[in-house]
Design a protein around this ligand. Structure first.
Ligand code: LIP
Length: 292
């Protein structure tokens, strides 16, 4: 890992967090109101990896608001055109609708994820979220966190409260979230890992949004979560919310394997998942060969 990038001042961290909440909340209202065409604008890595018109509109709104507030910052968004190098030390990593398929099917488990990171999010292991927000507009949930500031959730118009992971200490009694790639071969691989893991836990939940999965580990509504093949925009804000809430997680947000868990099961969950990964032949490898 390259030298740790400089950390913003406490005042700047508060400003970054406030801005993340503000733009994610505004984009959440736009997405929830669903003006105009809900249709699929295009597909990306596969026929099921969709971009809705609202993904693009929400990303445009977020990018416009962030550029007006902090013009020197970089931008790294999920949708087309979502990239600009930073002239400051901050890059915004944005998923305008995480859980896009849920959104398309009007299933409420989707979220706007906005994170300010230091380092370069296009270089694995070289970046770190420092402030962020995850807004689930259909769920009425707003999560926020900044480095050293803890993690908070607001439900509807209710009071904001500090959140913490569950007290689960038994993997066999743990409720674990996961997800699967849009790529068919990786989905088959993910299902094989699940076959190895499922008998060892209470049950699995496939919610369909990594950002919400990570926030649900942060507030204890999941005991753990793992997934491979995510992009920085899926996990940047949720990873910070989980770690600031006191969950254990992979030390640097990475798409190789994202995991987060209540402290009481973290070590065991990571060990079990990595062992399952080791037993399942890597995609494209002959059976019997595995990747760690
Ligand atoms: C989604 C992730 C989810 C994963 C889905 C998809 P998107 O992101 O949040 O965890 O399992 O396959 O990648 O594409 O909805 O922004």
């Amino acid at each position: 890992m390259t030298d740790a990038p400089a950390m913003p001042s406490p005042e700047e961290l508060r400003e970054l967090e406030r801005l993340a909440v503000s733009v994610a909340t505004e984009a959440g209202r736009l997405v929830l109101d669903r003006p105009g065409d809900l249709g699929v604008a295009s597909t990306k890595s596969s026929g099921t990896d969709i971009v809705t018109v609202m993904d693009e509109r929400a990303q445009d709104l977020i990018r416009t608001r962030l550029a007006a507030a902090r013009p020197a910052d970089g931008f790294h968004g999920e949708e087309v055109g979502g990239s600009a190098r930073a002239e400051s030390s901050i890059t915004w990593v944005v998923d305008p609708i995480d859980g896009t398929v849920n959104y398309l099917y009007d299933i409420p488990a989707y979220a706007v994820s906005v994170a300010a990171v230091v380092g370069d999010p296009t270089v694995p292991g070289s970046w770190h979220p420092v402030a962020g927000a995850v807004v689930g507009p259909a769920l009425g949930e707003t999560y926020r966190a900044r480095v050293g500031g803890g993690a908070f959730r607001r439900r509807g118009q209710g009071p904001e409260s500090a959140i913490a992971p569950s007290g689960c200490t038994s993997l066999a009694l743990s409720l674990v979230g996961t997800g699967f790639s849009y790529d068919a071969a990786l989905r088959r691989w993910g299902a094989q890992v699940l076959v190895e893991t499922l008998p060892l836990i209470r049950d699995i939940r496939r919610i369909g949004s990594a950002a919400l999965d990570l926030c649900h580990v942060a507030d204890g509504s999941l005991d753990g979560y793992y997934e491979r093949g995510l992009n920085p925009w899926d996990l940047a804000a949720g990873w910070l919310v989980a770690t600031e809430a006191g969950a254990r997680a992979i030390e640097v947000p990475t798409s190789e394997l994202t995991w987060a868990a209540a402290p009481g099961i973290a070590e065991e969950l990571e060990r079990v998942v990595r062992a399952a990964i080791g037993r399942v032949p890597a995609v494209g490898q002959p059976s019997g060969s595995t990747e760690g």
